[in-house]
Write a protein that binds this ligand. Structure first.
Ligand SMILES: [Zn+2]
Length: 330
């Protein structure tokens, strides 16, 4: 990894969970779907009449961010006229024009109802939450590795997929980039945490370059309960395999506890453990709250590389990282 390298600045554009920022992220495919549905939304396809939720500011008004969090969804995309919310099992599209509808998994299910803008903040009625919830599919059954335990409310974890964009990170023996493997596993970790009601903020959800300071700042600005950076390792000794969990040399007891929880859960995957180690990686040093960096395997090793590219193994690693985080958050 090259986490100590400091490259040029890129604005934060990827926000999941409860952020109040308005990301400008555009996913072409969902945009096309949304535009198609927009026409449908305006035309007002035939639906059983439901009571239109009313916004009463200060009483039943809620922000889109709050609505998304309470439904276990993340804001995937937003535009002046529609908002796409997602989790592993559901896509919800809200149209925010007058008489706008909401769609759950491609079907129009009801009216968004009254909306209000307070500055840049869009408010909707919290009556909309149960109306949407009734149509949501159950998320993917959780892995038995993930402990079924209550976690403290309002928990926020920043999941950082190492490298991205012009910074590919380590290159595998077969020519694969670390940045892609990190992102695949980080997205899975984020989904698993969201399924467990944890607020998740990702530093990137695409192949984008994000400056190291900015990654830490994302956690600092939101006073995150934990920052977890996902990386893949490389070593001149090509026989070296397995995972390592890093904390900064001046890490807090909480950071060590998080690292130990993640390390123990990862050891249960059967991968070789190199334990919890100290290293002053920039993202660890610059994060004011507890921060850990997980090297999930060696791209310099043929067997590790084969496993890291395998979605089933990525799931297993993600389940272990998520399980460790959930144990820590308890
Ligand atoms: Zn790296």
């Amino acid at each position: 990894m090259s986490t100590r390298t400091n490259l040029s600045a890129v604005p934060l554009d990827v926000v999941a969970g409860t952020s109040k920022r308005r990301p400008a992220m555009v996913r072409p495919l969902s945009s096309v779907i949304a535009l198609g549905l927009l026409a449908l939304g305006i035309a007002g396809c035939q639906q059983p009449q439901q009571q239109t939720p009313k916004v009463i500011v200060g009483e039943h008004a809620t922000t889109i961010e709050d609505l998304a969090t309470r439904l276990g969804l993340r804001i995937e995309e937003r535009d002046k006229t529609f908002i796409v919310l997602k989790n592993a099992a559901n896509t919800v599209i809200l149209f925010t024009h007058a008489e706008g509808r909401f769609f759950v998994n491609g079907k129009p299910m009801g009216n968004v109802g009254e909306i209000k803008w307070q500055g840049d903040t869009l408010l909707v009625s919290d009556f909309l939450i149960p109306q949407i919830r009734q149509y949501l599919r159950a998320a993917v059954p959780p892995s038995p590795v993930v402990p079924p335990s209550p976690v403290k409310s309002k928990a926020l974890v920043v999941v950082d997929a190492g490298h991205g964009g012009q910074d590919p990170g380590a290159r595998s023996v077969g020519g694969f980039h670390e940045k892609d493997i990190n992102l695949a596993v980080a997205l899975k970790v984020a989904d698993l945490l969201e399924q467990r009601g944890i607020g998740v903020l990702m530093t990137r959800q695409q192949d984008r370059f994000i400056e190291l300071e900015e990654r830490a700042n994302i956690a600092n600005r939101r006073n995150a309960d934990l920052f977890v950076s996902i990386h893949s390792d490389s070593n001149p000794d090509r026989s070296r395999q397995g995972f390592t969990v890093f904390v900064a040399r001046a890490a807090s007891a909480e950071a060590y506890r998080a690292a130990n929880c993640i390390g123990q859960a990862m050891a249960a995957t059967g991968a070789d453990s190199h334990g919890v180690r100290e290293a002053d990686y920039k993202v660890l040093v610059n994060t004011s709250g507890p921060a850990v960096l997980v090297e999930i395997g060696y791209l310099s090793n043929i067997q590790d590389t084969a496993r890291l590219r395998d979605p089933a193994w990525q799931n297993r690693l993600a389940q272990a990282v998520a399980a460790g985080i959930l144990t820590y958050m308890r």
